[in-house]
Ligand binder design. Structure first.
Ligand code: ADP
Ligand code: G3P
Length: 497
C-alpha cells in the first residue's frame, strides 16, 4: 500500500483558487493557482461565476498533483478553506447555480439591511449571530436571490434549491452532489447562525423568508465529511473546513485565548481568539466562531477591512500606475513620505470599525507637488492605517495589549508595508517563513481529522519566523500621521445616498 505522505489544502480566495500540497513537516511540495473573473455589474456590486470557481479550483488540484508527480493515493486528506460570506444558490437536482455567486464585498443588499434595521432586527442579530446587520454577510444575499431571480422563491419553498458558502459549494461538487455541509466558522458568517446555540436561527430565517431546507448541515471543522476521486482514482477524504480567516488563525497556531493574527489578502482581517466565551464588542468589531485546539468551537473578535491588497490591484488594473503588486514597495520607497496625501479605499464602503456602506473612495491632501509615487505610497499606507483602526478597537474590547502581531497573506511580502505597519501601530510585526498560513490551517484541520498529525502540540515545531519588524517612528510623529488618516476617513464617509 502506498504511504500517504501528503495533505492538500484547497484555498478558494476572492481573486484566485489555489491548491497547495504539504508534506508531514508542513513544507509546501507543490502549488497551483488560477485567477478568475471578477464581475462588477453595477457600482458597488461584485459577483463571481460559481462554475468558474469550481473549474479553477478543481483544475488547480489536478495541476498540483501532476506538477509534483504525486499520485492521489498518496494524499491522506483534503482541507477546504474559502473566501467567506460569498453566497451560492443552486438547484439540487441539476447542480446548476440559479444566479452568480454574490461576493462578500457586494453592497447590493444595503437597502434590505436598512429595512431590517427599521423592523428592529439589528439588536437581535448582534446578540445572536455576533455580527452587524450589514450587506457583507450571506443572509441578505440569499434573500436578494430569492426575491429577484424569477421562480427562485417558489423553488426554494418546494425544497428544490440549496444554499452554500464556497466551502459548501466545492464539497457538493467534489462529492458529486452527495454531501451538503459547512462548518461553524463559515456558518457564523451567514448572519443566519446562532453562535450561542450553535444552530441555524429560526427567527432570522423567518424574518428573511429563507426556507431551512436550503441550508447545509453544520459539522465540526475537523472531521471526515465525504470522499472525492477528483485528481485521480483513489477516494480521498475531505476532512477539514474553515473560513479563510479562521483557517489562518489556526495555521498561525493561535489556539489560545488572547492570540491574534492579521491577514493581508484582498481585504485585511485581524482576529483574536477569545477562548470558549464570546466577547461582545463595543467598538465595531464582530464576534465570530474560530477553531480551538481540538477542532472545537472557540470564539474570536474580528476586525474586517474590505480593501487591503485589492487597493494595490486597483492601482495596477484601473489606474495602471504599476505593472505588478511587487513594484509598490519600490515606488513607495522612492519618496520620503506621502507628501500629505491620504488614500481612503472605501470602494465598497467601509467595514470595521466604521461599517458605512455609503462611504466611497477618496484621495485627499493633494497638492501640486503630489506625484505617482505619493499615491502608490498612500495606497500601501491605507492598508496599514485600516489595520491600526481595528487593532485599537481590538485592544480596547479585549483589554489585551498585543506586544506583537503575527501577520500573513499575499501582501506581507511587502517589506515597506510591514515596516510602516509596525511604525503606525507601535507594535512588533512578526512575519512567518510560510505566509500561506490560510492553506496551512486547512491542511492542519484535515490532517488532524485522519491522524496524519496526532495533535496540535505536534504542529508547533513546524512554525518558524522569517522576520520581525520593530517600530522605528517616534510616537508623536506616529500619532500625527494617524490623526491625518482619521480626518481623511471622515471625508469619505456617508458619500452616496
Ligand atoms: N508585494 C506586494 N505588495 C502589496 N500587495 C501585494 C503584494 N503581493 C501581493 N499583494 C496583494 O495581495 C493580494 C493577494 O494576496 P492573497 O493572500 O493571495 O489574497 P486572496 O486570498 O484574498 O486572494 C492581492 O490583492 C495583491 O494585490
Ligand atoms: O479572499 P480573502 O483572503 O481576502 O478573504 C475574504 C474574507 O474571507 C471575506 O470575509
Amino acid at each position: 500500500m502506498t504511504k500517504q505522505r501528503y495533505v492538500v489544502a484547497l484555498d478558494q480566495g476572492t481573486t484566485s483558487s489555489r491548491a497547495i500540497i504539504f508534506d508531514h513537516d508542513a513544507r509546501i511540495v507543490a502549488v497551483s493557482q488560477r485567477e478568475f473573473t471578477q464581475h462588477y455589474p453595477q457600482p458597488g456590486w461584485v459577483e463571481h461565476d460559481p462554475m468558474e470557481i469550481w473549474a479553477t479550483q478543481s483544475s488547480t488540484l489536478t495541476e498540483a498533483l501532476a506538477k509534483s508527480g504525486i499520485h492521489n493515493d498518496e494524499i491522506a486528506a483534503i482541507g477546504i478553506t474559502n473566501q467567506r460570506e460569498t453566497t451560492v444558490v443552486w438547484e439540487k437536482a441539476t447542480g446548476k447555480p440559479v444566479y452568480n455567486a454574490i461576493v462578500w464585498q457586494c453592497r447590493r443588499t444595503a437597502a434590505i439591511c436598512e429595512e431590517l434595521k427599521a423592523r428592529g432586527l439589528d439588536n437581535y442579530v448582534r446578540e445572536n449571530t455576533g455580527l452587524l446587520l450589514d450587506a457583507y454577510f450571506s443572509g441578505t444575499k440569499v434573500k436578494w436571490i430569492l426575491d429577484n431571480v424569477e421562480g427562485a422563491r417558489e423553488k426554494a419553498e418546494r425544497g428544490e434549491l440549496l444554499f452554500g458558502t464556497i466551502d459548501t459549494w466545492l464539497i457538493w461538487k467534489m462529492t458529486n452532489g452527495e454531501v451538503h455541509v459547512t462548518d461553524p466558522t463559515n456558518a457564523s458568517r451567514t448572519m443566519l447562525y446562532n453562535i450561542r446555540d450553535l444552530q441555524w436561527d429560526g427567527h432570522i430565517l423567518q424574518e428573511l423568508g429563507i426556507p431551512a431546507s436550503m441550508l447545509p448541515q453544520v459539522r465540526p471543522s475537523s472531521e471526515v465529511y465525504g470522499y472525492t476521486t477528483r485528481g485521480g482514482g483513489a477516494q480521498i477524504p475531505i476532512s477539514g473546513i474553515a473560513g479563510d480567516q479562521q483557517a489562518a488563525l489556526f495555521g498561525q497556531l493561535c489556539f489560545e485565548k488572547g492570540m491574534a493574527k492579521n491577514t493581508y489578502g484582498t481585504g485585511c482581517f485581524l482576529l483574536m481568539n477569545t477562548g470558549e466565551t464570546p466577547v461582545k464588542s463595543e467598538s465595531g468589531l464582530l464576534t465570530t466562531i474560530a477553531v480551538g485546539p481540538t477542532g472545537n468551537v472557540n470564539y474570536a473578535l474580528e476586525g474586517s477591512v474590505f480593501m487591503g491588497g485589492a487597493t494595490v490591484q486597483w492601482l495596477r488594473d484601473e489606474l495602471r500606475l504599476i505593472d505588478d503588486a511587487t513594484d509598490t514597495g519600490y515606488f513607495a520607497g522612492k519618496v520620503k513620505d506621502s507628501n500629505g496625501v491620504y488614500l481612503v479605499p472605501a470602494f465598497v464602503g467601509l467595514g470595521a470599525p466604521y461599517w458605512d456602506p455609503y462611504a466611497r473612495g477618496a484621495i485627499v491632501g493633494l497638492t501640486r507637488g503630489a506625484n505617482r509615487n505619493h499615491i502608490i505610497r498612500a495606497a500601501l499606507e491605507s492598508i496599514a492605517y485600516q489595520s491600526r483602526d481595528v487593532l485599537d478597537a481590538m485592544q480596547k474590547d479585549s483589554g489585551i495589549r498585543l506586544a506583537s502581531l503575527k501577520v500573513d497573506g499575499g501582501a506581507v511580502a511587502n517589506d515597506f508595508l510591514m515596516q510602516f505597519q509596525s511604525d503606525i501601530m507601535g507594535t512588533t510585526v512578526v512575519r512567518p517563513k510560510l505566509i500561506e498560513t490560510t492553506a496551512l490551517g486547512a491542511a492542519f484541520l484535515a490532517g488532524l481529522a485522519v491522524g496524519f498529525w496526532e495533535s496540535t502540540a505536534e504542529l508547533s515545531d513546524k512554525f518558524s519566523i522569517d522576520r520581525e519588524f520593530e517600530p522605528a517612528l517616534p510616537a508623536e510623529q506616529r500619532e500625527q500621521l494617524y490623526s491625518g488618516w482619521q480626518k481623511a476617513v471622515t471625508r469619505s464617509q456617508h458619500w452616496v445616498d
